[in-house]
Design a protein around this ligand. Structure first.
Ligand SMILES: Cc1ncc(COP(=O)(O)O)c(C=O)c1O
Length: 460
């Protein structure tokens, strides 16, 4: 046919920002230009991205966590090609998928206290399913969620979003959703008291901010839920499948949820897929008779490419011992970065588990630095972190992100294939950039002035 997608990409990739400004999200292009991320990547392999000139960048976002096994993993590519070459029947609809059966069995082998799997196409869809399943299983309307929670942006998931920036302008949201502080067991018990709550949906480690649960929080929360007839649902869309050094993050705290939500990593980064793992009694209430066999589902759920991506990803996680690597590399990064805290005034805390790490900054003690911090932060809260992420990108070729808007935390979410050498580069780069940030006046603070200018222009 002579139709080569690589050629098409090469012909048009220099126009990507112009095309997006014209036809897609113009504000996203403005953001990328403002922070100097508008270089245009041309290739991805493993934990690295490459620009037009072939310069290598270490990617600490991994596509918001989807490329846990690295970009374009050879096993995944082979498996996906083999699906296309096999002429499988796929999405017959009046049949059931063999590959879905295999993937469900393999997922449940890791979570033996759960019995059933529902496949969806995104993390948000998994959350939507969990809300519906919880209501159907309990006959109750309420859902409890946490401040700073992020469960996706479709309406049900948005109704559980703990940050007003995402909610504003989209109300009214789903009724019956109650927000409580994360790590607050008294607040949870009070909210459960009415016995009208179907589920408490919580991220074991909150993605927005990398907020850690205190040691007994999740276990006690699960116990409280059980006592009040409420389902305990772990949203492991980001933390699950090895990210924190365990198959599920809840394993760190010996918790057995009633439902577990997975997505991101399961896709191998290439074919969107999500899974709701649940107890049988929940499924028995949702799909309770033949005429309700299709009461919840989605046309593309369980499609062969997605199922094959999930099967291949589980295989790579095991054969390359990536969960062990996440634990080892994560511990090394956490310790090395935390060791810098006494040296730098701006550096407050390093926290996380495995390869989900938050590096928090805060106002300094000395007068000279304090004045610079306040000048920047008054123009827009959270701007300081850009003074770190921008030189990391430009000078050290490291792609990183701020943990949420107005946040003082930089989040690391690298591929689980990250090497010891990569970790050393990350530590050295942070060391150098943070040291520079404490030199006033200096190059970093000249950048700060430019950012203040952008912030004033953006709000004008
Ligand atoms: C914990 C959590 N839940 C749900 C979602 C939504 O997933 P998706 O973007 O695939 O809809 C996300 C996405 O970042 C997430 O981090």
């Amino acid at each position: 046919m002579g139709y080569d997608i690589a050629d098409l990409f090469a012909q048009h990739e220099r126009e990507r920002f112009a095309m997006h400004s014209r036809h897609l999200n113009e504000q996203m292009v403005r953001v990328l230009k403002a922070v100097g991320y508008d270089i245009g990547f041309c290739r991805g392999e493993g934990q690295y991205l490459y620009d037009r000139e072939g310069t290598r960048y270490l990617d600490l976002l991994s596509g918001f966590g989807v490329f846990a096994i690295g970009r374009n993993h050879p096993t995944l590519r082979e498996v996906l090609k083999s699906v296309l070459d096999s002429e499988l029947p796929n999405l017959v609809q009046m049949d059931v998928s063999t590959l879905a059966g295999i993937l469900a069995e393999r997922l449940l082998a890791h979570v033996p206290y759960l019995d059933k799997v529902f496949f969806a196409n995104s993390g948000s869809e998994a959350v939507e399913a969990a809300i519906k399943f919880a209501r159907a299983a309990t006959g109750r309307p309420g859902i409890i969620y946490c401040e700073h929670a992020f469960h996706g942006l479709s309406y049900g998931a948005l109704s559980l979003n703990g940050d007003d920036l995402f909610r504003n302008g989209f109300e009214p949201l789903l009724p019956g959703c109650v927000r409580i502080p994360f790590n607050d067991l008294v607040g949870l018990e009070t909210a459960l008291h009415s016995r009208t709550v179907a589920a408490f949906i919580v991220e074991p480690i909150q993605g927005k901010g990398v907020n850690m649960p205190v040691s007994d929080y999740l276990k006690s929360a699960a116990d409280l839920c059980r006592r009040h007839g409420t389902l305990f649902v772990a949203d492991e869309v980001q933390t699950g499948l090895g990210r924190t050094g365990r198959f599920l993050a809840v394993e760190h705290w010996n918790v057995e949820p009633d439902m577990v939500l997975l997505a991101k990593t399961l896709s191998g980064g290439h074919v969107p897929v999500a899974a709701v793992l649940a107890r049988k009694r929940i499924f028995d209430k949702v799909f309770d008779r033949m005429e309700r066999a299709v009461v919840h589902g989605s046309t593309f759920g369980s499609n062969d490419l997605a199922m094959a991506a999930g099967i291949a990803t589980l295989d790579v996680l095991a054969s390359e011992r990536l969960i062990e690597n996440a634990e080892r590399a994560g511990e090394h990064l956490l310790q090395s970065l935390a060791a810098m805290i006494p040296r730098y005034e701006f550096l407050r805390e390093v926290r996380g588990r495995g390869l989900m790490i938050g590096i928090e900054f805060g106002p300094p003690r000395s007068l000279k630095l304090k004045a610079s911090w306040h000048a920047l932060e008054t123009s827009r809260e959270g701007l300081f972190c850009q003074l770190i992420t921008m030189p990391l990108f430009k000078d050290h070729k490291i792609l990183s992100q701020v943990a949420s808007h107005t946040s003082h935390t930089i989040k690391l979410l690298p591929a689980l294939v990250i090497s010891e050498g990569d970790c050393e580069s990350v530590v050295n780069a942070f060391n150098s950039v943070i040291a520079d940030s404490e030199r006033v006046p200096g190059a970093i603070w000249s950048l700060g002035k430019t950012l203040v200018g952008h912030a004033m222009h953006a709000s004008a």
